[in-house]
Design a binder for this molecule. Sequence first.
Ligand SMILES: Cc1cc2nc3c(=O)[nH]c(=O)nc-3n(C[C@H](O)[C@H](O)[C@H](O)COP(=O)(O)O)c2cc1C
Length: 227
Amino acid sequence: MAAAAADRGRGLHETMRCAPSTRRFTGEPVPREALERALDVARFAPSGGNRQGWRVIVIADPGTRVRLRELYERPWEEYLERTGGRAALDAGEASGLPAGRLASLRAADEYAHTFDLAPVHLLACVDLSALAITDAQLPRQSIVGGASIYPFVQNLLLALRHEGLGASFTTLLVPAEEALRELLSIPDGFAVAGHISVGRRADPWPRRLSRRPVAEFTFGERFGRPW
Ligand SMILES: Cc1cc2nc3c(=O)[nH]c(=O)nc-3n(C[C@H](O)[C@H](O)[C@H](O)COP(=O)(O)O)c2cc1C
């Protein structure tokens, strides 16, 4: 309780700087009020035309969580095979991967196979008719459609961190949209945008996250010119 109060006392910058993916959970239940507070602030996210097409399914039922794990494990294994991750995990330190990268891979692999141990899963769905897709005509994949749902998702991740809850955002379940539609009664016209596991973090919070410095991605006047 004291820890949760301390988390709620964190400033915005501090929360933004350290809201890592949490992939191991203690199994303690997630208080409904904490989820309610997080959803209640996340809803102030922007969306094209303020259409607010997000819908969230809160999943705590153990049987449904096991089914979600089964749906997640397959694309995870495919991803590992495709990227050489499985070989690296099997080789361990001999893989030559930097220690941090190997540790992340191990954590993500353990997470995939214990997916159902997160006490709550939030499925972020979106009303496809509410998306303002201004780049639909460009000869490349659309980026803008997601911009009406992912600010909400990020708000939610930060709000969960503010509540002292661990969370991890994933998109590997999205290709299983048809199975999810059936499992969770998602109507036609709504897409699955992503998923968030939520629970009490089992490991200590990291002191800082690893991200590139501002000067590496910010330019002045022309792309690539230092600012
Ligand atoms: C679009 C997107 C998709 C992601 N999909 C997955 C996923 O399927 N599985 C997973 O374990 N993490 C997933 N992540 C989490 C990233 O791996 C994580 O944000 C990144 O490694 C940084 O980790 P950190 O915040 O703990 O430093 C995803 C993140 C984003 C933004």
